[in-house]
Design a protein around this ligand. Structure first.
Ligand SMILES: *Cc1c(COP(=O)(O)O)cnc(C)c1O
Length: 377
């Protein structure tokens, strides 16, 4: 949603070109809502969702921890004021020298999903805590994370046992139920798997302590999504169901749910045209597309709300495309997007819910277009 502060900023500053405007008040509210929904879980903000220094500084000051995927992200979190003991290196795919660098910076919490990665960590970060990521099916997520990360629970047992054998602290299990996850029961299935790993290792005397329940918390796009409180309740009852009174330490890693609804992209209509005189679908070209930051429109996965000055008037289906000379730069075509018939070239539109996964996905200079500018207010 465009907050009044964002609308005022756009009206007074009139930035030219496409840009993202993020309202920190919304990020602050989101952080508090997560704290309230899951009071016993530590919040590790997933830096990749939006690493703007202002956002990282605000969250660091509010007591957030940070989930990072590279040495550069570790450094960003530290520059924002986070101490090393509040940062996890959560990427399961790391160069050994990057593990060593992170260890040198004080990082002691690392993700793994195979014995090969455990061996790197044992060499480059001796004695560190490791948690093993288990696969999830991604059912119910609009941006599933497929089979790239994690292993089956039986293998997680081997991985953590191996870690322990190499002198690492076999600390816990992690999972990610898929991004923009609107099925509240997704955590229940993943926690059942986590419990199996805990129980199997406990029989061998290896006592795990932590479950990292990942991200997946949604942003409202065109459809309503459950509130943070509903996620908190569903997750807490799943924890109770599987772990009884022996609740482990828990972590959540919201990315999209922390910043998605805090940002709005202002864009301009560059061209409206048809491919034949009798076509009833118009092509609407914006000055931002897949390469300008809207990469999550890939396969039309994420459908952003688009606000125009003509809303409430008659609409017709449009193909929505970006301005670059790549034919892949079409955002919505399989399911055309209804836009007002009175929309004209030069009109500004607001693309809502774009605070997460936009600036960082923007190309550097494809076709000479500058990367997506961002203002954090
Ligand atoms: C991207 C990512 C997140 C954030 O996911 P959201 O769905 O945006 O909340 C959390 N944890 C890990 C390990 C990630 O890679």
């Amino acid at each position: 949603m465009a907050t009044q502060r964002i609308l005022d900023f756009l009206a007074t500053r009139r930035p030219s070109g496409p840009c993202l405007v993020v309202d920190l008040d919304v990020v602050r509210d989101n952080f508090r809502a997560f704290e309230k929904a899951l009071p016993d879980s530590k919040i590790y903000y997933a830096v990749k969702a939006n690493p703007a220094p202002e956002i990282l500084r605000l969250l660091a000051a509010m007591g957030s921890s940070f989930d990072t995927a590279s040495v550069a992200e570790v450094e960003m979190a530290m520059d924002a004021g986070a101490l090393a003991d509040r940062i996890s290196f959560g990427n399961t795919i790391k160069k050994e020298r990057d593990i060593a660098r992170a260890y040198q910076l004080g990082i002691r919490l690392f993700a793994v999903d195979c014995v090969e990665e455990v061996e790197k960590i044992a060499r480059a970060a001796p004695g560190a805590r490791v948690f093993c990521r288990v696969l999830t099916d991604g059912e119910g997520a609009e941006w599933p994370l497929s089979r790239k990360f994690g292993c089956v629970p039986a293998m997680a047992v081997d991985v953590l046992r191996h870690a322990k054998g190499l002198g690492l602290d076999a600390y816990g299990v992690s999972f990610h139920v898929g991004s923009q996850q609107t099925d509240l029961t997704a955590w229940d299935r993943a926690l059942a798997d986590a419990k199996v790993v805990f129980a199997t290792l406990a029989e061998e005397g290896i006592v795990l302590k932590m479950v990292n329940m990942g991200g997946g918390f949604p942003t409202r796009y065109l459809r309503d999504v459950p509130a943070a409180q509903a996620y908190g309740q569903a997750i807490f009852s799943a924890l109770r169901k599987h772990f009884g009174n022996a609740l482990p330490e828990t972590i959540i890693e919201p990315g999209r749910g922390m910043v998605g609804n805090a940002g709005v992209i202002k864009s301009e209509v560059v061209l409206i045209s048809k491919k034949a005189a009798n076509d009833n679908v118009r092509w609407v070209f914006l000055d931002i597309g897949k390469f300008g930051g809207l990469a999550e429109t890939m396969d039309e996965a994420i459908r952003y709300p688009i606000v125009t000055a003509h809303d409430g008037t008659e609409t017709a289906p449009c193909v929505l495309a970006g301005p670059t000379c790549d034919s892949a730069d079409v955002m919505y075509e399989k399911t055309p997007y209804p836009l007002p018939l009175s929309l004209t070239i030069g009109d500004e539109v607001l693309i809502e819910g774009t605070g997460a996964y936009t600036t960082t996905y923007s190309a550097v200079a494809f076709n000479g277009f500058e990367p997506l500018r961002s203002y954090v207010i």
